[in-house]
Design a protein. Sequence first.
Length: 259
Amino acid sequence: MSIAPRVLVLGGTSEARALAAELVDRDIPVTSSLAGRVAAPRLPKGDIRVGGFGGPDGLATWLTDNRVTAVVDATHPFAERISESAASATTAADVPVLRLERPGWEAGPGDDWHWVDTLADAARLLPRLGTRAFLTSGRQGLAAFADVPLWMLVRCVDPPEPPLPRHLEVVLSRGPYRVEDETELLRRHRIDVLVTKDSGGAMTEAKLRAARKVGIPVIVVRRPPRPEMRRVADVKSAVRWVVAHMNAHPHDSASGSSR
């Protein structure tokens, strides 16, 4: 029995879920790949695959075995390893790939932002800017702050694992967040500096507006470099790319047809 050609969405973001929903609604077979790092992720429509592929070679083999006709890398802006694998694997398997990446944040009037390249840079800068920090840079990077002698409020989806900052309080929650709630959180915990990654998007942007409102500095970690590939910044553009590719390859796109 032949396998119907499909689209692979490397997911884990709200954009990836929206893209999968759009493709399913258009009767385009889609598999969403999730890294499996979150205990209870929000699941997209369509087929779902959880876990790694075994590096670029494993992904290339999976693309061929599952008759993938297009790949959309819609992973988090800081999930650099899977993007590197996707670039190598799609080249090896001769499958077109698109990067769907939300725009980064930009400072506005009244913002006091300090840009750094890494979490280690953020940890070194932190003591010069405040004494009570709000870390929203993800649980996997907390080891960078383990030796910083400040009180820290850490927010993440799942409980963090050691090594951790010495003096901390953990808040487990998932966005989206409101400016009013973020402002109240900063004031209740007497936060005087915020640390974040340039994730972009509206789901967690409220903390930046709250920091502006209460007048505290923000340390922003720049996005890592990405492999060269075609990019779009919104789901509609990604849908158009997928549809155009499927229309340009009708024999590949027909369910049950052979390559």
